[in-house]
Design a protein around this ligand. Structure first.
Ligand code: IMP
Ligand code: MG
Length: 177
């Protein structure tokens, strides 16, 4: 594996502050409604755990979903395989998908279409990080934590080869010779 360092990019305080703002927006939009939060494993675990602490809706349920895209680990292929499906039915429910990073858009595009096929009342997306310039399929998230440049990031649940998920901040992976 190539040598690298992780450079701090967003600190814990600013991440949590932004998540509280997102929660306030979500609380306004879902006031008096029931909501199912769907965490996309594994990268969104820390984000969802933080976000749900500040949610105040009528009735909140959580579930987990995992999909893997075929192909290399850094380039999304567009072909997605479900490795952990939802436990609860989303039919006629308000669903909010919680994802770590929106990159090419392939993964969320696939998951959103799959969920819509199950006839929920609504499906919206909240992402912590959005790399808008990387998009290959037109896809817009309903709530975005931070717009970030085309850099490989880790921490706050996000990994590089399954490492660094535990970091309380978000850092940029810088490869060194
Ligand atoms: P998309 O299908 O290209 O939008 O893929 C998004 C997924 O790729 C995210 O859920 C992450 O799992 C992964 N990903 C994209 N960018 C990064 C990154 O900078 N660090 C770690 N994982 C990333
Ligand atoms: Mg992911």
């Amino acid at each position: 594996m190539k040598k690298y360092v992780v450079e701090k990019y967003l600190n814990e305080e600013e991440i949590v502050l932004r998540i509280k703002e997102l929660a306030a927006q979500i609380n306004r939009d879902y006031k008096g409604k029931d909501l199912i939060l769907v965490c996309i494993l594994k990268g969104a675990v820390s984000f969802m755990a933080e976000l749900m602490k500040y949610l105040d809706v009528e009735n909140l349920n959580i579930d987990f979903f995992q999909a893997s895209s075929y192909g290399s680990s850094t380039e999304s292929s567009g072909i997605v395989k479900v490795t952990k499906d939802l436990d609860i039915s989303i039919e006629n429910k308000e669903v909010l998908i919680v994802e770590d990073i929106l990159d090419t858009g392939n993964t969320l595009n696939y998951i959103k279409s799959l969920f819509i096929g199950r006839q929920p009342k609504s499906v919206k997306i909240v992402v912590l990080l959005d790399k808008k310039e990387r998009r290959t399929v037109p896809f817009v998230a309903d709530y975005v934590g931070f717009d970030i440049p085309d850099e490989f990031v880790v921490g706050f649940g996000i990994d590089y080869a399954e490492k660094h998920r535990e970091l309380p901040y978000i850092g940029i992976v810088k490869f060194i010779e």
